[in-house]
Design a protein around this ligand. Structure first.
Ligand code: SF4
Ligand code: SF4
Length: 110
């Protein structure tokens, strides 16, 4: 029977394998994204879940969140938040695109 120590080791090994695989995919994604001075980030509001991950990674203060009313009548929450890009402050570094869990951010021509 598998001991808890063996199980822990297997979990750590598997977590490392998944992390490596995701990082590789992110690297490929990052290389294929347009960025730099000629590009600016753009948030598709309908995909944004307001998780704040993009504001954490943006070092340039180019993302702010704003409150919106919840659309779903099934959930009893009065407000929700969405991210928006402050275009002039955005340097086109692409970090927010990689951080967004819902692929709500893309890079567009400035
Ligand atoms: S591309 Fe970079 S500077 Fe622009 S909003 Fe995203 S993280 Fe901030
Ligand atoms: S990381 Fe993506 S989903 Fe989360 S607040 Fe930013 S744009 Fe919205």
């Amino acid at each position: 029977m598998t001991s808890s120590d063996e199980l822990k080791l297997r979990r750590e090994k598997e977590a490392k394998r998944i992390r490596t695989s995701l990082n590789r995919q992110r690297g490929v994604q990052h290389a294929s994204l347009k960025g730099g001075e000629s590009a600016v980030a753009f948030v598709k509001e309908e995909l944004c879940i307001g998780c704040d991950q993009c504001t954490i990674v943006c070092d340039d203060g180019a993302i702010e969140v704003y409150k919106v009313a919840m659309r779903s009548p099934l959930i009893n929450v009065e407000s929700n938040q969405k991210a928006k890009i402050i275009r002039d402050a955005c340097t086109g570094c692409r970090l927010c695109v990689l951080a967004c869990p819902t692929d709500a951010i893309s890079m567009i021509d400035r």
